[in-house]
Ligand binder design. Structure first.
Ligand code: UDP
Length: 341
């Protein structure tokens, strides 16, 4: 197997889609996951898309000895090019209730993976970060020069902490090359509807809740506040198709290959902001299905508006998002229907 790349959280939402893009770009994804927020069904979907059984290790990256044992096993089967690290807890609300769970898992996993990288002489690392590191930015669109601000949640602080840890490690003398990929709002699913986002339990994010409400599986969607200082009063976000995001990870890996030791942040978004009401309208246009919804109270911690200036990713990585909001919402809806069946 050539160009093997470790993908932690490989059974998860963005990890599984990235595995597809890796395989299509001549890499061989080696998946790690502990199924803490995913299921083996994602691996079945992946096998169907890829046409082969991806290498997989069931392991918790926060368990250092288990991680090193898995890495030994992987290394015994051939060389590894790099690591893409997705495995992390990501529920903002839960992180305020159980902050220690978030710090223990997200920070320890990253530290252990870097220790493993050093032990196995791996020098390319792509980190799954978030625009949450910017808090409520002073200027939008937000570029990578914007200051790291007070995070809105312990989850946000784990992303800031891991970025800091990576920057320090890259400056320590070990020849590490890292890309910090700051995602805006990933949505949608692989067009085959064989993999997608699988929120276990009550979905907190807009799109999985919206598709479940449209399918009649949930109460009407609550629009969290319509008294924000935006044109229609609802919050504005930058919704990016998960396959576009997946492609950016491949671009980052290819770019890192020819770099000296570095630690570079990149914003990954479309560059366009849409309000919650605009998303509902776009969904109805794309699918012809009505979204039952009602205006409710603001959700604590929500920033009013954020969307990306992704010029750096375009100039440096040669990457730009291609799919429209409607395409992403249609793929999300098709995935929801596949789940129903
Ligand atoms: N949102 C909403 N109702 C929901 C879930 C989310 O109105 O049931 C809004 C939320 O206030 C925010 C946007 O949708 O303005 C995106 O929220 P999400 O949780 O998906 O992402 P994030 O807050 O991390 O940007």
């Amino acid at each position: 197997m050539k160009n093997r790349v470790i993908v932690t959280g490989g059974a998860g939402y963005i990890g599984s889609h990235t595995a597809v893009e890796l395989a299509q770009s001549g890499y061989t994804p080696v998946l790690l996951d502990n199924f803490s927020n995913s299921t083996p069904a994602a691996l079945d979907g992946l096998r169907e898309i890829l046409g082969f059984e991806p290498e997989f290790e069931q392991v918790d990256c926060a368990d250092k000895s288990a991680l090193f044992a898995a890495m030994e096993h992987i290394a015994s089967r051939g060389t590894v090019e790099g690591i893409i690290h997705f495995a992390a807890f990501k529920a903002v609300g839960e992180s305020t209730q159980e902050p220690l769970k978030y710090y223990a898992n997200n920070v320890a996993s990253t530290v252990h993976l870097l220790e493993a990288a050093a032990h196995f002489n791996l020098t390319e690392f792509v980190f799954s970060s978030s625009c949450t590191v910017y808090g409520q930015p002073e200027h939008i669109p937000v570029d990578e020069e914007a200051p790291i601000r007070r995070a809105e949640s312990p989850y946000g602080y784990t992303k800031q902490a891991c970025e800091r840890i990576l920057a320090d490690f890259c400056a320590s003398g070990y020849p590490m090359k890292a890309a910090l990929l700051r995602y805006f709002n990933p949505i949608g699913a692989h067009p085959s509807s064989k993999i997608g986002e699988l929120p276990l339990g009550h979905p907190n994010n807009l799109i999985p809740y919206l598709t479940q409400a449209a399918a009649g599986l949930r109460d009407p969607l609550t629009v969290f506040g319509n008294d924000y200082p935006t044109p229609d009063g609802t919050c504005i976000r930058d919704y990016i198709h998960v396959m576009d995001l997946a492609r950016a990870h491949v671009a980052a890996l290819q770019w890192l290959k020819n770099q000296p030791p570095t630690c570079e942040p990149f914003n990954l978004g479309t560059g366009q902001g849409n309000s919650v009401l605009e998303v509902i309208q776009a969904f109805e246009r794309a699918t012809g299905v009505a979204v039952p919804h009602a205006i409710g109270a603001r959700r604590p911690g929500d920033v009013t508006a954020i969307f990306a200036d992704a010029t750096k990713a375009q100039n440096v990585l040669g990457w730009t998002s291609e799919k429209t909001l409607e395409e992403a919402l249609l793929d999300a809806w098709n995935w929801q229907q596949a789940l129903n069946n």
